[in-house]
Design a protein around this ligand. Structure first.
Ligand code: AHG
Ligand code: MN
Ligand code: MN
Length: 336
C-alpha cells in the first residue's frame, strides 16, 4: 500500500483539463472561467489537428480564390480552422470577443454586462502555406481579461486595462504539442491519440539562456535595416547555425526547447514587420518570458509593453534565449 498522504508525483498522469482545474483550485476566488475557455481551445485544436493530418485525403489542401484581411492568400485550411475555433469558443458564455487573423472584424459574442469577461485572439492556422509539403503548422492564441465596466467589444480589448491572462500554441508536427502559460511558468502537453487527451509531458519549461542558432528569413537581408544586417554579420563571424522553417509556431517551439533567437524584423517593403501583434507576437512573447527568455521589437522595446491600436496591427519580433536577445541588442545598434 502506498502512502495515503502522497497525492502527486511527477509520474502521475495529468491531462490538460485536470492541470487547468488543479490550477484553479489553488485560487480561492476562481470561477472556473478559465477551464471553460481552455476546454474549448483543446477541443478546437484536436479537431484542427485531425483536419491537418487528413488534409490530403480529404482534398482540402491548397489556396482559395479569396485573400484574408491582410491581402494574403488564404488556404482552404485557414478558413476551416477558423470556423472550427469560432464554433468551439462561440458557445462559451464568458467570452465577449473573438479576434481572428482570418476575419477583418472582431466577432462580438456578448457585452461585458452580459458576462463577456474575456477576449480570445487567435491565429487559427499559422504557417498554413507549409501544409502542402507536410511541414509543421500551428494554432496560436491569447486570452485577455477585459476591464470591468464598459460595453466590452473592440474598445475594451484594446484598452490599457485589458490584461493577458493566458497564451499558448499548438504545434501540429510529428506529434501534436500544446504549450501553455497562465502566467505561472510554461507547461507542455502532448496529444495522446489513443485516449484523445493532451497529457502533461514537461512542467515549467525553461528556455536555455544561450544557443548559437538564429532563425530568420535571410533571403530578405538586403531589405533589413542596417543594424539587423550588422547583427547577422556578427553572427556569421561567430559560428552561428541557421534554422528557419517558415512556420512561426515551429520556429518558436524549437527556440523554446533548444535555445537561440527567432527574428522577424522590419523590411523596407514591410516597415512595421510582418507578424501580427495580438495573435502572433504577444502570445509568443508571454510564453517566452514565462520560460525565462526575452521578446522585443527590432528596436529593443519589450513586446509585452506594446499596445495595439488596431486588432490586426503588425510588429517586428526578436525573441528567444535571454543571452541571445542581449547579444542581438549588443551587436546591432537598436537606436539606429
Ligand atoms: P500565417 O500562415 O498565419 O500567415 O503566418 C505565416 C508567418 C509565420 O508563421 C512565419 O514566421 C512567417 O509568416 C514566414 O514569413 P516569410 O515567408 O516571409 O519568411
Ligand atoms: Mn501566422
Ligand atoms: Mn494564419
Amino acid at each position: 500500500m502506498g502512502d495515503p498522504t502522497t497525492t502527486w508525483t511527477d509520474d502521475n498522469l495529468m491531462s490538460l483539463q485536470s492541470h487547468v482545474l488543479a490550477g484553479e483550485r489553488e485560487h480561492p476566488g476562481a470561477t472556473g472561467d478559465f477551464s471553460w475557455i481552455l476546454s474549448a481551445i483543446s477541443l478546437a485544436t484536436k479537431t484542427i489537428g485531425n483536419k491537418v493530418r487528413r488534409a490530403r485525403i480529404e482534398d482540402v489542401i491548397g489556396e482559395l480564390a479569396s485573400n484574408n484581411t491582410h491581402g494574403e492568400q488564404q488556404q482552404k485550411l485557414d478558413v476551416i480552422a477558423n470556423e472550427i475555433i469560432k464554433s468551439c469558443l462561440g458557445s462559451r458564455a464568458n467570452i465577449g470577443v473573438l479576434v481572428s487573423e482570418e476575419d477583418e472584424e472582431p466577432t462580438i459574442l456578448r457585452t461585458r454586462s452580459d458576462g463577456g469577461r474575456y477576449a480570445v485572439f487567435f491565429d487559427p492556422l499559422d504557417g498554413s502555406s507549409n501544409i502542402d509539403v507536410s511541414v509543421g503548422v500551428g494554432t496560436i492564441f491569447g486570452v485577455l481579461r477585459l476591464p470591468d465596466g464598459g460595453k466590452g467589444g473592440t474598445e475594451a480589448l484594446l484598452s490599457p486595462e485589458a490584461v493577458m491572462v493566458a497564451a499558448g500554441y499548438v504545434l501540429y508536427g510529428s506529434s501534436t504539442v500544446f504549450v501553455l502559460t497562465t502566467g505561472n511558468g510554461v507547461d507542455m502537453f502532448v496529444l495522446d491519440h489513443s485516449i484523445g487527451s493532451y497529457v502533461l509531458t514537461k512542467r515549467d519549461i525553461r528556455i536555455p539562456t544561450e544557443g548559437k542558432i538564429y532563425s530568420i528569413n535571410e533571403a530578405y537581408s538586403a531589405r533589413f535595416q542596417e543594424h539587423v544586417q550588422t547583427y547577422l554579420q556578427w553572427a556569421h563571424d561567430n559560428d552561428y547555425s541557421s534554422r528557419y522553417i517558415g512556420s512561426m509556431v515551429a520556429d518558436v517551439h524549437r527556440t523554446l526547447l533548444k535555445g537561440g533567437v527567432f527574428l522577424y524584423p522590419a523590411t523596407s517593403d514591410r516597415p512595421e514587420g510582418k507578424l501580427r501583434m495580438l495573435y502572433e507576437a504577444l502570445p509568443m512573447a508571454m510564453l517566452i518570458e514565462q520560460a525565462g527568455g526575452r521578446a522585443v521589437t527590432d528596436h529593443g522595446t519589450r513586446i509585452l509593453d506594446l499596445k495595439a491600436s488596431t486588432i490586426h496591427e503588425r510588429t517586428s519580433v526578436v525573441l528567444g534565449s535571454s543571452g541571445e536577445v542581449d547579444l542581438f541588442e549588443k551587436h546591432s545598434d537598436t537606436s539606429l
